[in-house]
Design a protein around this ligand. Sequence first.
Ligand SMILES: Nc1nc2c(ncn2[C@@H]2O[C@H](COP(=O)(O)OP(=O)(O)OP(=O)(O)O)[C@@H](O)[C@H]2O)c(=O)[nH]1
Ligand SMILES: [Zn+2]
Length: 349
Amino acid sequence: MSHQKKRHLSLKQQRNINKHRQKLIEKKSLKNQKASQELELLLDQEDNLEIKKGIVISRYGKSADVMPLEDDKFTSSHQRCFMKASLDDLVVGDIVFFYDINAEQSFIVEREERKNLITRFYFNKQRNIVANLTTMLITSSINPTLNTEIIDRYLIVAENSGVKPIILINKVDLVSSDEEKAEIENIINYYNSLGYTTFAVSATNNLNIDLIKNQLQDGLHILVGQTGVGKSSLINAIFGEDLMSVGEINYDTKLGKHTTTTSRLFKLNDHSALIDSPGIREFSLDNYSEPQLLKGYKELHDPTYACRFSDCNHVNNLGCGILRLRDDRKISDFRFKNLLSLLQQINQS
Ligand SMILES: Nc1nc2c(ncn2[C@@H]2O[C@H](COP(=O)(O)OP(=O)(O)OP(=O)(O)O)[C@@H](O)[C@H]2O)c(=O)[nH]1
Ligand SMILES: [Zn+2]
């Protein structure tokens, strides 16, 4: 293998790949049919095989679809890859190195260290959902009602994973009274004052879609939110006519109702992509601890508002920082209410 072909690899990665290749050679008599086919392919073409860098754009059971990266830029193709057993927890967004064998069967031998990882707890198990996110677009809508508790829940997830949250309040074309308008403006101003970029948008009227696009020039982004808030509509509005689906072959450009459960990655430009992931569309905080929950509340980052006792019930305990925060009017009523409700939920589960 020439140095030219390995130019994207660090020394450690080269070492790992060489070790893997050595192991394959040693295991010539592998019992597993698939593995020996892979082995033969690798050995037959050893000198022609190129190691490429790519990003996982979809996962299916024992395989993954990988989009090759050229000079770290997104491309327009993808190939089906198998992987060594120790890499079977790969998720969309993972950066990998693979032997480029052919479009139907290539082989992943290395994963780059993740910048971050979003997991979800369900069926009693922690499951990986998506890796290496830059932005989480927390989507809500004013119709039927604006649910700020769900916004706060996602903020907790974003704060604990090191992903930048942006809050979208969709369907503002449906605002019907000055009173409602003022209420929404208050909420937006409050989140902005905490340092969270928050936009009132309308997918239907194309309102402020450019503001969203400006935030998505670089990196991997995901839209999350309850069903019906307009995530698919917003993705269509963000992409306009140029929606490019690489996660699925023959995927319709209009994101209408679909039943697929795999995450898909849509390229926005050479350096930016949007992920649509049913796995993270909604989820609870079942496996979050109280300190993690409190970490997700910026108002509590001021150490003067720590509770005096570690087993504080935040209801009538002396020295409760959260109650003091409210008394000092350093937290809005709606955020305080959501906080108590979320604390109750995690303490029940
Ligand atoms: N009035 C109005 N309706 C909207 C807007 N955005 C979406 N909708 C409507 O809201 C409904 C749900 O939109 P979707 O884009 O399917 O919502 P979703 O969040 O992708 O829903 P799931 O796929 O179930 O998660 C559809 O009837 C849309 O036409 C908007 O900005 N204004
Ligand atoms: Zn307390």
